[in-house]
Design a protein around this ligand. Structure first.
Ligand code: ADP
Ligand code: ADP
Length: 232
């Protein structure tokens, strides 16, 4: 489903080059929940942003569903990105739009009719348990509810891949558990492929099938969560 081949990302800065990713190779299968864990500065955020080309790798291939995103034209890339949704630590909701319109936003961008939008948004509202919140604004919601909106919005275009960028880092432990459970339920219900970056071991243990440990731009270890974290 997702193949990262020899991904290198170097940022040019006034103080010289920063080698954020140094030859990353990773293979993620359809339906898998794949965690990437590492300390701050390890390159996690750069890596996950390379998967949807929010960040363009300096070299290497990003193959999604058999197609190399790094070789696509802008319009091909826009099309391919519809399959990839993303959620964020600070939710990134539109503060002047209500829950319904936040979820509808990617569908409006895609030019869907009001009726098509309604047919998508209503089931998404119930999928994430916000049937009764459609008319509330983000400022009226708890952190957990905001992330539920983020998840519904990320799934709106019949997404096949969900990227989670520290998605529970701003939430308390109990809310984190509930959001992780929701992501797991959706993964099973929709055969969704999920990529999670986090600095929290608990997230990896509760949610992920496989894990890669990222250390200063290199994958130090990867495999099943059991193998990576139970061996001496
Ligand atoms: P993590 O998400 O694991 O904290 P990042 O991917 O954010 O790691 O950062 C990896 C390295 O790349 C760090 O040294 C960071 O300072 C650097 N970096 C990240 N984004 C940029 C940028 N836009 N410009 C320059 N350096 C960056
Ligand atoms: P537009 O914002 O383009 O005029 P509509 O006329 O379809 O869109 O909807 C007006 C408002 O009604 C939307 O912004 C939304 O908040 C709300 N709305 C529409 N359909 C539903 C629904 N099924 N459930 C909850 N709220 C809805």
């Amino acid at each position: 489903m997702i193949e990262l081949k020899n991904i290198v990302k170097t940022y040019d800065t006034p103080n010289g080059p920063v080698h954020a990713l140094k030859d990353i190779n990773l293979s993620i299968k359809r339906g898998e929940i794949y965690g990437i864990i590492g300390l701050s500065g390890a390159g996690k955020s750069t890596l996950i942003r390379c998967i949807n080309m929010l960040e363009r790798p300096s070299s290497g291939e990003v193959i999604v569903d058999g197609k190399d995103l790094t070789k696509m034209s802008d319009s091909e890339l826009r099309q391919a990105r519809k399959d990839i949704g993303m959620i964020f630590q600070h939710f990134n909701l539109l503060s002047t739009s209500n829950v319904y319109d936040n979820i509808a936003f990617p569908l409006k961008l895609a030019g869907k009719s009001k009726e098509e939008i309604r047919e998508k948004v209503e089931p998404l509202l119930s999928l994430v348990g916000l049937e009764n919140k459609a008319h509330q604004y983000p400022s009226q919601l708890s952190g957990g509810q905001k992330q539920r909106v983020g998840i519904a919005r990320a799934l709106a275009n019949d997404t096949k891949i969900l990227l989670c960028d520290e998605a529970t880092s701003a939430l308390d432990p109990q809310t984190t558990k509930a959001i992780l459970k929701l992501i797991k339920d959706i993964n099973q219900k929709l055969q969704l492929t999920v990529v999670v970056i986090t600095h929290e071991m608990q997230v990896i243990k509760e949610l992920c099938d496989k894990v890669a440990v990222l250390d200063r731009g290199i994958i130090a270890e990867n495999g099943t969560v059991l193998d990576v974290f139970t061996n001496p």
